[in-house]
Write a protein that binds this ligand. Sequence first.
Ligand code: ARG
Length: 465
Amino acid sequence: MTNKMWGGRFASGPSEIMEEINASISYDKRLYKEDIAGSIAHAEMLAESGILSKTDVKKIIDGLTQIKTEIEKDKFTFSRQLEDIHMNVESRLRELIGDAAGRLHTARSRNDQVATDFKLYVRATVDHFLNQLAALQLALANKAETYADVVMPGYTHLQTAQPVTFGHHLLAYTEMLGRDRSRLSDARKRLNECPLGAAALAGTSFPINRKMTAKALGFDRPTANSLDSVADRDFILEVLSAASISAIHLSRFAEELVIWSSAEFNFVNLSDSFTTGSSIMPQKRNPDAAELIRAKVGRIIGAFNGLSIVMKGLPLAYSKDMQEDKEMAFDALDNYSLALAALTGMVKDLTPNEEKMAASAGGGFSTATDIADWLVRVLGLPFRDAHHVTGSIVALAEKQGLKLHELTLKDMQSIEPKITKAIFDVLSVQNSVKSRKSYGGTAPTEVRKMARKWIKSLEKLPRAE
Ligand code: ARG
């Protein structure tokens, strides 16, 4: 049997393998809502422009509405022979309303149809991500406020560097996620142009009103070049690239959770809800959720990469290669969303092990920079000289097996005679973090201020829970 929708010039139907490689219905059926919304907007415009009769359009819209219900109630039979969501819907419409169904495809093509459907889908997904990101930011900012005073080691090269506050560390991620949100909002602005009416590639000879369909579907305007309209997949590439960068942020935090929850670090406790046991080692509590969040970035960047490669050599306008956009994108978008939800849950449940963090914060001569700063501030030493003197103090402490605050004043003066006992004020971890009040610094007062600022702005936004 030849294809009902395009088989006019074919003598026989496609081979089984052809059908298998060609069909996209198994995955593009998830575009049904967008497809039906796009068709309703198109039909209404055709009636308004006098291209179709009001009676036909009423039948079309009633039929499409019924199909939507059938799909949602799981009463719709999807057929692989009908290739994709567009032809499955149209074919059912013909069963329901007869000939009028055949008029719906006037002045459009599956090429502008699929671009419109997919843009609508990606737009709704981006809106969901924006809410999810805000929810995660808020969870981090709330924890940051609660733990603004908790000290922990700050690292460079994963070597203890200077003490920081746990709240400050969490707010670092709030900042990253803020940029992620801004990148996605930006992509949303650019994608919000409607391809519908570009038809196959060249536009149409019918007197359509593209502004009307664009408006009905919530787009800012119609796309301005019909070839570009059907050939463009920037919109999904851009969202995948923004999601990739964001997933890198999620992965870095997940990696820290894995390290921090190890017995060696023991900085944080993860809740039972986000850890698992081992089937052989009864003592284990594995941070599986964090590990999987760390791994998700692989498939998200993979999709960005994969689709970039699909697109890079395609001549204008549409090529069937572009059908490969959906599976990769759906997988990446689903998993990015899942990673956001899981990390939000983990952050909400997270509690720091304050004693362990504080003990480690004082290790590794972490307040050495405070000594150097004191030598500059109080004794007027040039920073380079202060650095050298401090190095000798650290070497002495190391030799004696002592922490910096355990050295005597005499010890210190053996290296720099002008040192007074006031230097001991800067040696404690608490005083060290308290002193770092520069804008964006780790001092609890600063952290509290920043956390409040974020909480205030985030609480105004709608959020997905
Ligand atoms: N299923 C197709 C896709 O996802 C729809 C567009 C088909 N267009 C065509 N000329 N065959 O890209």
